[in-house]
Design a binder for this molecule. Structure first.
Ligand code: SF4
Length: 374
């Protein structure tokens, strides 16, 4: 972990300060004034509680504010503090995370809460050496929580901030250590209000300095922006070489009984090993039994899945036997298989892969069908 507090900015004495430092001070003033006037009343900004800020920052990685808002409130009602999160089962944490994707973040958050409870620590620690050792706490999370919750002078570079800085100074793509953006972020950081400053940069990137068409006419720092001055905002940040899309065929088996109870497994599907999913076969593996209910497409990172859904209705006793037989075989592999009722499925972290499969082939209990026919 290389996160360190930002170095002192070189603008303490305006008269003697170099032009770059005076320009940095102007940018700070303009952006913070804009932020003060436009700050959105997001729930994690209310009291800057370190635990709430931490949860919000983990949720916001790869996910837009609008998608996070309802799930944040729901998660906090269920797990209002570190102790509640640490006590919870992983399954219930993943269930509360449903819809946010990137479930590794939820698992890391949960493990971090347990690590804190084991040390008797009640919230995200103020000590960066302790915080940086927690599962899932990388440079960004560390800087964001320490600056926002504790007003400590740390930078926090997310994709929005990288985009703003790239355009502001016409920077190349950041390297693995975040250079040259990290250096510019440290030079610009407002040491009197580091939390507000970081959030102002994030907010500008999220609402004004938009990825495709930035709203430069509404931008408080347009006068200092090099990409805007040269009319080349579309060239920054420079595009990265796209990873080739990998096309993958997948067969998902919805094996269920008359009551809509479904066989699910966890640990077998390599792209989503922590989620409960129907038994699956990748590529040209042996096709599961069942009638085909159709296909749908689903993307996981750079993989484009062509998913065929196969449905097999079996007696309840057969379903239980299959789960039990699979459980016997699974000891060595670590793969779990269980039968889930409709209500039990609602309580687990659910991949949109399963949601799409069930939308294509709803498991209508036999009795329900009979009633409809009458
Ligand atoms: S002037 Fe335009 S491109 Fe430059 S920071 Fe502002 S919104 Fe982004």
């Amino acid at each position: 972990m290389s996160a360190t507090p930002a170095a002192a900015p070189p603008d303490a004495a305006p008269d003697a300060a170099p032009a770059a430092a005076r320009r940095a001070a102007r940018v700070r003033r303009a952006l913070l004034s804009w932020y003060d006037a436009n700050v959105r009343p997001l729930p994690w900004r209310r009291d800057r509680d370190p635990y709430r800020v931490w949860v919000a920052e983990v949720m916001l990685q790869q996910t837009r504010v609008e998608a996070v808002l309802p799930r944040f409130e729901r998660f906090l009602r269920r797990f209002p503090d570190v102790a509640a999160l640490a006590r919870a089962s992983e399954e219930s944490v993943l269930a509360a995370w449903s819809g946010l994707g990137y479930y590794t973040r939820a698992r890391s958050l949960h493990r971090a809460a347990r690590a804190l409870r084991a040390r008797g620590v009640a919230t995200f620690p103020r000590d960066p050496a302790i915080a940086a050792r927690l599962p899932g706490v990388g440079r960004y999370t560390l800087g964001a929580v320490l600056s926002i919750a504790y007003d400590m002078p740390y930078t926090a570079l997310d994709a929005n901030v990288v985009r703003v800085l790239s355009r502001l100074a016409r920077l190349p793509r950041p390297d693995a250590r975040g250079a040259p953006h990290q250096g510019l972020a440290e030079a610009l950081l407002d040491r009197a209000r580091p939390g507000d400053w970081n959030q102002a940069l994030m907010e500008l990137g999220e609402t004004v300095c938009l990825p495709r068409i930035p709203r430069c006419d509404a931008c408080p720092i347009a006068g200092a922006c090099e990409a805007h001055a040269h009319g080349v905002t579309h060239e920054y940040p420079p595009a990265k070489a796209r990873r080739a899309t990998q096309r993958v065929r997948l067969a998902l088996a919805l094996v269920h009984d008359d009551d809509g109870r479904l066989l699910l497994e966890r640990g077998a599907f390599p792209y989503l090993p922590h989620l409960w999913l129907p038994p699956a076969r990748l590529g040209d593996g042996v096709r599961p039994d069942g009638r085909s209910a159709g296909t749908f497409r689903h993307a996981i990172l750079h993989r484009q899945l062509e998913v065929e859904v196969l449905v097999e209705r079996v007696p309840a006793a057969v379903l239980e036997r299959r789960a039990a037989a699979a459980a016997d075989r699974a000891d060595a592999s670590g793969i779990e298989r269980r039968v889930f009722s409709r209500a039990a499925r609602a309580r687990i972290g659910r991949s949109s892969l399963l949601t799409k499969a069930l939308a294509l082939a709803p498991l209508v209990p036999r009795g329900t069908r009979a009633r409809r026919r009458r």
